[in-house]
Design a protein around this ligand. Structure first.
Ligand code: CP
Ligand code: NVA
Length: 310
């Protein structure tokens, strides 16, 4: 059994720096094992449920493939086609599904839905994205940073754009990995205040820098990595037009990236909108590692599954 056996993976706040480092190490080990063609099937006979109340390409496919590679099975459960979409209480759904499944991944709207589900589930619950956090993605991003730069401690990461779930998860993850973080959002689109307060405490505890600003050029100055995400997340589509105006000065393009280190990395969780939050020449350019990031979703999720369920 692993030291995280039985634990939920909902929010980086629940893990120590050492535990997160262990997950990163395990991710790399499992990636190398897979690339070397060494079979590893500790999930044989086990099933991971995948509940989706929002759309997904990467999360669904990477979790299904992860379970397949680990010798187990994944079961896709659409919110719409289950009783979840017809109002069956979360506590009942969680207790029922725990009797069948060995672990449950959920992608949903409010973060409190996932925490309530986890409170009633007797098997590990993995956050596959909520409006507040997307920890699987940021763990994949940190693995990518580690691979490309040979280390993560002491590096500077700059997030430009909406103070959304991606930015929130970076706020908690960065100090725990020893990463300096800068976030530039337009006024009115700042990160969740409770997450910011948590992050400020963590940054002072771990001795990392944290800069929250409205100035993208200041934030990008000599940075090692520029990260961005869509201007309107799932569920905010009706705000798209207003947001395009409010975010116009926050596009990650060559002019902005010129302020970063010459060997800066560009990351984006995807899906991306070229010509909005990022220019095509940046996301398709030589500094972009977006597809390595996407691949690493598979490897880190295998590690999360193995660490919590084997
Ligand atoms: N980055 C990410 O979570 O992608 P999907 O929405 O396609 O799962
Ligand atoms: N911020 C985006 C991320 C998608 C992976 C959303 O929540 O829709």
């Amino acid at each position: 059994a692993h030291n995280l056996q039985g634990r939920d993976f909902l929010d980086f706040a629940d893990f120590t720096a050492q535990e997160l480092q262990q997950l990163l190490t395990l991710s790399l080990e499992l990636k190398l094992k897979h690339k070397a063609g060494v079979p590893y099937r500790p999930m044989a006979g086990k099933t991971l449920g995948l509940i989706f109340e929002k759309a997904s390409t990467r999360t669904r496919v990477s979790f299904e493939v992860a379970m397949n590679q680990l010798g187990g099975q994944a079961m896709f459960l659409s919110g719409r086609d289950t009783q979840i979409g017809r109002g069956e209480p979360i506590p009942d759904t969680a207790r029922v599904l725990s009797r069948y499944l060995d672990g449950i991944m959920i992608r949903t709207f409010g973060h409190e839905i996932v925490t309530e589900f986890a409170a009633y589930s007797s098997v590990p619950v993995i956050n596959g994205l909520t409006d507040l956090h997307h920890p699987c993605q940021v763990l994949a991003d940190v693995l990518t940073l580690q691979e490309k730069k040979g280390k993560v401690q002491g590096l500077t990461v700059t997030y430009v754009g909406d103070g959304n779930n991606m930015a929130n998860s970076w706020l908690i993850a960065a100090p725990k990995f020893g990463i300096n973080l800068r976030i530039a959002t337009p006024p009115g689109y700042e990160c969740d205040p409770a997450v910011v307060a948590q992050a400020q405490q963590l940054a002072s505890f771990h001795g990392t820098e944290l800069l929250l600003t409205h100035d993208p050029i200041l934030a990008v100055q000599d940075t090692d990595m520029i990260y961005t995400d869509v201007w309107a997340s799932m569920g905010q589509e009706e705000e798209q037009k207003q947001r395009e105006q409010d975010f116009a000065a926050y596009q990650v393009n060559q002019a902005l990236a010129a302020h970063a280190k010459p060997d800066y990395l560009f990351m984006h969780c995807l899906p991306a909108h070229r010509g909005e939050e990022v220019s095509a020449d940046v996301i398709d350019g030589p500094n972009s590692v977006v597809f390595d990031e996407a691949e690493n979703r598979l490897h880190v999720q295998k590690a999360i599954i193995v660490a919590t369920m084997v």
